[in-house]
Design a protein around this ligand. Structure first.
Ligand code: MSP
Length: 646
């Protein structure tokens, strides 16, 4: 598509809102993008892999307000959560863009000035339905029963003077482009969704917010009373990071992006808003936009109030970074929705990692130690049917993986690799090298079995490297391959017959230790409610695992009020750093609402929400006492809200 010989493979993730800490959804998109970036680097291509954070807009402003911080200070704090997680998850991004950086703001201003000069933007009074969580206007026709057609949350009517991008006029050109380029939007279901969307009239896009309503944004270069709509600001990151507009060499080396990877919820903003803005700017369109599916947790939608948000950092720490990366990409085809559960995770890790690949490596290394003097074997040519079948499977693996990854079929690529691993394990069982070793006449056959197995593992190890970089490196180390350095591209390295003989193998610890399911999944213990105010005898012992299930957080009570017709109950808003929780607490006989404001408390943050007197209570405060409260548990020092308590 481009004649530029220095064009890099350019892959992006969405930039994440810094209104909260990262969760499994963020990790998913970023890991997938990382696999693609690593794969293309292994092909010896120049790669530019971009991720970052979306720091302007209402969501971030509100989150900052809850923490009593300026939006910038708030963003500076929360961004470290994303950067730290990417480090932990071995994410190899080449750049990290923050929309509050000057280089980005300059690019946004440039884009807006260009569109303004080209008369692609005009001022108008707008009356519409606004979806606050999505920060997006909808027309009367678009809303469904007073709700946002995208996220299904209630919308509110707003009328104000604003600026509009003439998006509607690009409808036909965009449709044409999608129809002519079948790979442009993937998977196909999402492509059809966008085509369906473009069948109707396409409205112009409101690209401003009056400063009086939202101050936290990039001021419009042609009207300082307005800030830029957060989506137009955010989307520009894909060109601002590689150097638009000032570093034209850097920019030309990357643009157009090879693939934008996003979640299905932000398909329209990318497929329509971004693409039409690029058409207006007369910039080439990205080659591909891929929208992946969403994870549910144990069959339920992931939400803070349900307390079921999966923390990717904890997962990686408990089960291993590579294992977590593997699970996310293997469990569901990229593009489909999937369900996350610990049972599924543990089952898959034990079967695919500990059993299949872990065993293959360890048994092969043991064989090499016993029958090959601890050295990689000499190349030999097998003649048996199973030799030919194994060689064929290993030899064709690269092209299968390559084909799958060019379609972002991560799961299919892993299935192909594991198919070869299984064939290799069966080959060993059938070949029974331990029997061959007993018979001096079978020496040649033993050599063949050793060579074929080791060569297959070598090929497998290079192909799993983009998915599980540390495990692949460790496999290489154990196989003695780190003794040789190679700058050859993966398609050459993965060819049959490249295993050098005589490398010193060094068997190490199991690559993926088995996980004991019973340790991780203790059934919840239900304790009876306390019966009186007198100190109770200490209850039966619980294990540390039971205690560790509680997510206890330091919080500050920001507001407290009586609940009508409930003498004992108060309705509290408790700030736990990253969010505010509404708690219905039976403490009205002990405390007046006004005495509670600013009090530091301990909240059980992962209790299933309960509805009390028709009000949802999202957690519980720790307090001494039984039927009536003796006092709320608090701290002897000032503790930042959100701190965990162990
Ligand atoms: N800031 C915007 C993106 C701007 S890009 C120019 C944004 N940020 S986000 O932090 O809300 O979400 C980013 C990504 O997380 C999206 O790709 C979204 O699909 C993904 N996920 C959020 N929850 C998810 C799941 N439960 N499962 C999988 N991914 C999900 O949107």
């Amino acid at each position: 598509m481009t004649d530029n010989p220095s064009k890099k493979f350019y892959v992006t993730t969405p930039i994440y809102y810094v209104n909260d800490v990262p969760h499994i959804g963020h990790a998913y998109t970023t890991i997938a993008s990382d696999v693609l970036a690593r794969y293309h680097r292994l092909l010896n291509e120049q790669v530019f892999f971009l991720t970052g954070t979306d720091e302007h807009g209402q969501k971030v402003e509100q989150a900052a307000k809850l923490r009593n911080l300026s939006p910038q200070k708030h963003a500076d704090k929360l961004v470290t959560g994303f950067q730290g997680l990417w480090k932990q998850l071995n994410i190899s991004n080449d750049d990290f863009i923050r929309t509050t950086e000057d280089r980005h703001k300059t690019a946004v201003r440039h884009v807006l000035s260009q569109l303004w000069d080209k008369k692609e933007i005009y001022a108008d009074t707008y009356t519409g339905w606004y979806c606050l969580p999505d920060e997006r206007f909808w027309t009367e026709k678009e809303i469904i029963d007073g709700k946002c057609p995208d996220c299904h949350r209630p919308v509110e009517a707003i009328s104000e003077q604003n600026y509009f991008f003439k998006m509607g006029q690009y409808r036909d050109r965009l449709r044409q482009h999608i129809l002519e380029n079948t790979d442009f939007i993937q998977p196909e279901s999402r492509r059809n969704e966008v085509l369906g969307f473009l069948e109707k009239d396409l409205n112009d896009l409101c690209i401003s917010r009056p400063k009086k309503r939202l101050a936290w944004g990039i001021p419009l270069p042609f009207d300082p009373d307005y800030v830029t709509y957060v989506w137009l600001d955010a989307l520009v990151n894909y060109i601002s990071a590689p150097g638009y507009p000032e570093d034209s060499v850097g920019f030309q080396a990357c643009w157009p992006a090879d693939v934008h990877i996003v979640g299905k919820d932000i398909l329209t903003t990318h497929a329509v808003y971004w693409m039409t803005a690029l058409l207006a700017l007369e910039l080439p369109l990205p080659k591909k936009l891929f929208a992946h599916g969403w994870w549910t947790i144990d069959g339920e939608k992931m939400s803070k109030s349900l307390g079921n948000v999966v923390n990717p950092s904890e997962m990686a720490e408990t089960y291993g970074v590579d294992a977590f990366r593997y699970f996310l990409l293997r469990q569901v085809p990229f593009g489909n929705d999937g369900d996350f559960s610990l049972t599924a995770l543990i089952t898959r890790l034990n079967s695919d990692l500990a059993n299949d690949v872990g065993n293959l490596l360890s048994r092969t290394l043991t064989m090499l130690e016993r029958y090959s003097g601890g050295l990689s074997p000499q190349p030999v040519k097998g003649r048996e049917q199973e030799d030919i079948a194994l060689q064929d499977a290993a030899e064709t693996l690269f092209s299968k993986v390559d084909q799958s990854l060019s379609n972002l079929e991560f799961e299919k690529a892993l299935v192909e690799i594991w198919q070869v691993i299984r064939i290799a394990n069966q080959y060993i069982e059938k070949g029974a090298p331990w029997q061959l070793a007993k018979d001096p006449e079978k020496k040649e056959r033993l050599q063949i079995v050793l060579y074929y197995t080791t060569e297959t593992i070598r090929i497998v190890s290079c192909l799993i490297a983009p998915f599980m970089p540390t495990a692949a490196q460790e496999m290489n180390r154990q196989l003695g391959l780190s003794e040789i350095s190679t700058t050859l591209p993966l398609n050459v390295v993965a060819r049959w017959g490249n295993l050098p003989a005589g490398l010193h193998i060094s068997k190490g610890k199991p690559l993926f230790p088995r996980i004991q399911p019973e340790k991780k999944q203790m059934p919840e213990k239900k304790l009876p409610p306390p019966k009186s105010d007198t100190p109770l005898p200490v209850k039966s012992l619980v294990s540390i695992d039971d205690f560790a299930k509680l997510d206890l957080r330091a919080g500050i009570i920001r507001s407290a009020e009586h609940i009508e017709k409930a003498k004992k109950l108060l309705l509290l808003q408790v700030d736990i750093g990253t969010e505010q929780r509404q708690v219905v607490a039976g403490i009205a006989t002990k405390y007046k609402p006004e005495d509670l404001i600013g009090k530091e408390v301990i909240l059980i943050a992962n209790l299933k929400p309960a509805t009390i007197m028709g009000i949802e209570s999202q957690g519980m405060l720790l307090a001494a006492g039984g039927k009536s409260v003796l006092g709320l548990a608090t701290f002897s020092e000032e503790i930042p809200p959100g701190s965990t308590i162990r």
